[in-house]
Design a protein around this ligand. Structure first.
Ligand SMILES: [Ca+2]
Ligand SMILES: [Ca+2]
Length: 174
């Protein structure tokens, strides 16, 4: 009975089919899961010295299984793509394209990703959002080029890395 219940819970929370769609969408936007795992590695290395990049990648994959997170990623990426194609209406188009400093919905989407993993996720996200390490900085820079919009993507990537780091922290610390 318990096994059945766990199975149903996982069915409700996880969606393995959509995980592949999410991976494809991230790849289309130039994001490699290994780059996200590298961010997770840097976040967790000081706390879990035995951590490996493969463990980080495994946790990144687990994060991408969660329905709630998949939906947040889909919304964010779609808005970046629509902004690039100028298919949003004003004033939203200018806000998203310009990554306006008072536009915070990209961070709100990121919070909805890290929130799944509790308060450690939020702390990790605050850190990567401030320092913009690795691929986050690259995406942020690329998004400022003509015809390119990464307003949501940089926060999404930071949030996935932070969520994976939190998943590791929950597993390895007491
Ligand atoms: Ca923002
Ligand atoms: Ca952003």
């Amino acid at each position: 009975m318990d096994n059945m219940k766990n199975f149903e819970d996982n069915e409700r929370l996880n969606n393995p089919k959509k995980q592949n769609i999410i991976k494809e969408k991230l790849a289309e936007r130039g994001v490699n899961l290994m780059d996200i795992a590298a961010l997770t590695y840097d976040l967790q290395k000081p706390y879990v010295p035995t951590i490996t990049i493969d463990i980080c990648l495994e946790h990144v994959n687990n994060v991408l299984l969660k329905r709630e997170i998949q939906h947040a990623i889909l919304v964010g990426i779609e808005l970046d793509v629509l902004a690039e194609k100028e298919l949003l209406s004003e004033p939203l188009l200018s806000l998203v394209k310009g990554d306006h400093s008072l536009f915070g919905v990209d961070e709100t989407i990121a919070f909805s990703i890290v929130n799944v993993y509790g308060s450690i996720g939020l702390t990790n996200f605050g850190y990567v959002d401030k320092l913009k390490p690795g691929v986050i900085g690259e995406l942020d820079g690329a998004g400022k080029r003509e015809g390119r919009c990464n307003t949501f993507l940089d926060d999404i990537v930071g949030a996935i890395a932070s969520a994976a780091a939190s998943s590791i922290a929950h597993r390895y610390t007491v």
